[in-house]
Design a protein around this ligand. Structure first.
Ligand SMILES: *Cc1c(COP(=O)(O)O)cnc(C)c1O
Length: 425
């Protein structure tokens, strides 16, 4: 079999998939942070662009992808679905391993999928600036790129520990015309709270979100943009799974197990939800495994409850697995996985038993990344390498059981700008 499965444009969908249309029971609703009453969509208008909110509350099963966004996607989508034959022979497993490679996007990760949609919607709404947070810098870069295409400026608060580890991302954001500063910083009240006592505070995604949200609340022509967690972002990322399903259908392969890393949950939801539809509607038996870092394991060490999406408590209360909004995770190289919460839709599907979760240590993850580089030839992002660590374990289990299962995983990004993390390993 060819290792590179069809990248024919017929696999590029013209609609996103919204799993909410297929759930018999919905997750508990978001609550207003002041009143603790179920949120009114108009409560969100202070923070988010209106067209974004319309998608957040939509119950339509399929949501059209605007033509201009389809055109933007077409320079890198459909992304390749690769048969990992070299990894398979290295592990000497009967399992067939396939991966979707999102690292071919212009900024190197799946984040570009929702960035392009969000910048398009903001421009349609007449907004000139989107404020946002970024961890490892993948999201900030993606939004700056998307902004450069659709005429919207990106104002990025970057978690300080990552800012120092990954200077290349700052350069990229600026090259695309975005503006970036270290978080926590002195320009917002939320940042001041930490910056005053410690100008070297390592920061967290929760704090950076508070800074970006505060900026949107205080400036009428700035709206806030979030790169994961929200239902809308998960809808945009469904393009990954829709393509993968079409690519696998073409060769008659059904995945038995789908694996992805989870920070806020968007790339995992993206590859999984179009397949979970088959579990919900057609009694398919596919299994799903979400992989998180041991030091920031919101599903496997956190609690399912209402919590804010940010540290300062400016965002709505979301019903999700959380380590607590003030949790400051240690500085790990997978900065994109340092988030205290988990997407409400993923949390809901974990609770209902559709999704399993597992946590891995940084050492095990880097070992997996090296095996992947030496077999498949691609340097994975440290985030994506969490998925690879689990794939290797599952392929070894299949070997023990002599069971030729089909494993599909999402390689959410490449690790070129994380290269210094690898130097130390
Ligand atoms: C941001 C990021 C993640 C984690 O975010 P999710 O919303 O859970 O997908 C994973 N991989 C890469 C490459 C990222 O940039």
């Amino acid at each position: 079999m060819s290792r590179y499965l069809s990248r024919n444009e017929k696999h590029l969908p013209d609609k996103f998939y919204n799993i909410k249309a297929d759930l018999t029971e919905l997750p508990l609703p978001p609550l207003n942070p002041q009143t603790r009453e179920p949120l009114n969509p108009s409560d969100l208008e202070l923070i988010f662009p209106k067209s974004f909110i319309a998608q957040e509350v939509s119950m339509e099963r399929y949501i059209p992808i605007p033509e201009k966004v389809q055109e933007a996607y077409s320079i890198f989508r459909p992304t390749p679905l690769i048969y990992a034959s070299r990894l398979k022979s290295y592990i000497d497993t009967p399992a067939n391993i396939f991966y979707k490679f999102e690292g071919v996007s212009p900024t190197g990760s799946h984040k570009t999928n929702t960035a392009l949609m969000q910048a398009y919607l903001a421009n349609q709404d007449g907004i000139d600036t989107l404020s946002t947070e970024t961890g490892a810098g993948q999201w900030g870069t993606a939004l700056a790129y998307a902004g450069s295409i659709f005429g919207v400026k990106a104002r990025v608060f970057m978690v300080r520990s990552s800012f120092k580890q990954k200077p290349g991302r700052k350069i990229m954001i600026e090259l695309y015309g975005g503006e970036v500063s270290e978080s926590p910083g002195p320009t917002t009240e939320a940042g001041q709270k930490y910056y005053k006592n410690n100008p070297d505070h390592p920061g967290s995604l929760g704090i950076a979100i508070s800074e970006a949200v505060e900026m949107a609340i205080k400036n009428p022509n700035i709206k806030y943009s979030l790169g994961s967690v929200l239902d809308t972002v998960l809808i945009h990322q469904s393009i990954i799974g829709l393509e993968a399903k079409s690519q696998l259908d073409e060769i008659g392969v059904e995945p038995d197990l789908i694996i992805g890393c989870v920070g806020g949950g968007s790339n995992f939801a993206g590859i999984s939800f179009p397949f979970i539809r088959r579990n919900l509607k057609e009694n398919a038996k596919t299994q799903y495994l979400a992989v998180e870092p041991e030091v920031c394991a919101s599903i496997t060490s956190g609690n399912l409850r209402y919590d804010n999406g940010d540290a300062a408590g400016l965002t709505p209360f979301l019903y999700m697995y959380t380590l607590g909004r003030e949790f400051i995770p240690p500085s790990i190289h997978a900065g994109g996985l340092r988030y205290h919460g988990m997407a409400p839709l993923i949390s809901h599907l974990v609770k209902s038993g559709f999704i399993q979760a597992k946590a891995y240590s940084q050492d095990k993850v880097f070992e997996a990344a090296k095996i992947f580089l030496n077999t498949e030839g691609i340097l994975p992002a440290p985030e994506s390498a969490h998925a690879i660590a689990a794939v290797i374990d599952e392929a070894l289990k299949a070997k023990k059981k002599r069971c030729p299962i089909n494993i599909l995983f999402n390689l959410s990004g490449h690790g070129f700008l994380d290269i210094s993390a690898y130097e130390k390993k």
